[in-house]
Design a protein around this ligand. Structure first.
Ligand code: 4AD
Ligand code: MG
Length: 481
């Protein structure tokens, strides 16, 4: 390659050397100073143009957003905030950008505005940092599992099952919408359609992952999953990435240990390999917090918050104990919760989860042994407790500022119990024979969990809206690009 990446030059000390830089113009000041960014760093390199010897036509075309090639000498910079700059001897335009039309102006744009031009927001410092951290976290996930004897398994995107049994699926049909095969009553006849049955985009790779665990011992999936839940929140996407390990011979405690180790490993990796990006995001967050009332500002900055997670054990609490804490809590007593906790059995809302994590324990919390009725059919059933209440070996990991980061469980390995539960919740066994075979032939205790990857990126970057940590967010009424 003729050119050098800017990141490399910013730390270089070979002053006097001739270099070529290629990138996009962030700003052009005084007909002289071009700030150029090529994506390799959040930071720009400054090129100083000899405007007296540069054709007028070229100078006019050095506009924000334009792509340029600059050849020149690497010199020590006298300006503050940068160690080096390029004394340009030759500037050429690779691609023009009409300054009247280019939406990214050299000023601070709101995240809301940038969401509307999501196709261009990669070119900002904030999104450069966010997606670099996302990239590092994704790599760390693979590194962690590969170092720990797990097999990366690709589970299907198109499936015929509803892994969570929640009915929140996107149906798949062939594209010929004007003429799909129809039954006499007008409904689409999936028997005559492409797959000969009704299919949907996967909500989770878990069930297929269980098949892998029963052969390899330890597997993980890491891919896109889809949920047609109509929740327009800062924590939900219709398409999100999930990390799902599944392990044979693991009980719930082993499962919790693994989840905690994974989360700590990947966050530590991001801190170590993206120091500039995390520092940038920390400052961004501090700036943003200034506009909040003092009482709402977080006590810890981003780096302290991440280190806090690394240094502390996650609190492990049963659902039953958590409900007792919540019942006695001030917001419950003073009726400040939107949903008051008065009975055992209710699903916890995010206000309750946040209370437990942010106010009570003040650290990540693993909640276990949820009521059977509010959890998925495949979870291992506990013996009824002294009051005859039924729970399952579920675990949810709750994070400060995020709420549920992980959902997992030990699985029901007993065929009869599993069949009975499926019958109770109305899942036809004949459609799940392939899954039930794991319980017929060499069934073993096993466990697994799913980490919402975007929620992990949210936490690690300190961003507050999940739409800002995935390149192309899909949410209700929004699937541009
Ligand atoms: O708790 P969930 O639904 O669990 C499962 O899907 C299990 N099959 C996982 C397993 O045991 N293998 O989802 C797991 C995690 C949640 O804790 C949350 O972090 C994330 O996935 N998640 C979402 N993230 C973004 N948008 C959504 N709509 C999400 N739904 C779940
Ligand atoms: Mg869940």
């Amino acid at each position: 390659m003729e050119h050098t990446r800017i990141k490399e030059l910013l730390n270089a000390t070979e002053f006097g050397k001739e270099v070529v830089v290629k990138g996009w113009v962030r700003t052009f000041r005084n007909n002289q100073f071009i700030a150029i960014n090529d994506g390799s760093s959040i930071n720009n390199i400054q090129a100083v143009v000899d405007f007296e010897n540069t054709p007028e036509d070229i100078l006019k075309r050095i506009t924000t957003g334009a792509a340029v090639r600059v050849k020149g000498q690497l010199i020590e910079s006298l300006g503050k905030g940068q160690k080096v700059e390029v004394k340009a001897t030759e500037v050429s335009i690779i691609g023009d950008s009409d300054p009247e039309k280019y939406p990214l102006q050299p000023k601070k744009h709101s995240l809301e505005f940038l969401r509307e031009i999501a196709h261009l927001r990669f070119r900002t410092g904030t999104f450069n940092a966010v997606f670099k951290v996302r990239n590092a976290l994704a790599f760390a996930v693979h590194k962690f599992f590969q170092e720990n004897d797990f097999v990366y398994m690709h589970t299907p995107i198109i499936t015929g099952s509803d892994a969570e049994g929640a009915g929140e699926m996107f149906q798949v049909t062939t594209l010929n919408l004007s003429n799909p095969p129809r039954k006499e009553n007008g409904e689409i006849d999936f028997k005559e359609d492409f797959f000969g049955k009704s299919t949907n985009l996967t909500v989770s790779g878990q069930l297929e992952g269980e098949l892998g665990a029963m052969a390899f011992g330890n597997i993980y999936t890491f891919g896109p999953t889809f949920r047609a839940e109509n929740s327009n929140t800062t924590r939900h996407l219709a398409e999100f990435w999930m990390i799902e390990p599944e392990m044979a011979f693991y009980e719930l405690e082993d499962n919790m240990d693994l989840a905690e180790a994974l989360l700590k490993y990947v966050i530590k990796y991001a801190l170590e390999t993206c120091p500039e990006e995390i520092e940038f995001l920390k400052s961004r967050l501090l700036e943003e917090e200034k506009s909040k009332p003092a009482a709402e500002r977080s006590e810890l900055n981003l780096v302290e918050k991440l280190n806090f997670v690394l240094e502390n054990n996650f609190e492990r609490v049963t659902y039953t104990d958590a409900v007792e804490i919540l019942k006695r809590s001030k917001p419950n007593q003073k009726k400040q919760f939107k949903y008051l906790i008065d009975d055992w059995g209710a699903d916890l809302q995010s206000e309750h989860e946040r209370y437990l994590v942010e106010k009570h324990f003040k650290k990540p919390v693993i909640l276990t042994d949820y009521p059977r009725e509010i959890k998925s059919f495949y979870m291992k059933q506990n013996e009824p407790d002294a009051q005859g209440r039924n729970t399952v070996r579920a675990m949810d990991i709750l994070f400060p500022g995020i709420g549920e980061m992980v959902g997992g469980s030990q699985r029901e390995e007993n065929l009869d119990r599993l069949l009975a539960r499926m019958a109770e919740v109305g899942i036809p066994a004949e459609e799940m024979e392939w899954f039930l075979d794991t319980r017929r032939f060499g069934s073993v205790p096993h466990s697994g969990f799913g980490v919402g990857f975007e929620r992990l990126v949210l936490f690690t970057t300190g961003m507050t809206n999940i739409r800002d940590v995935i390149p192309f967010p899909r949410t209700p009424k929004n699937a541009e690009f």
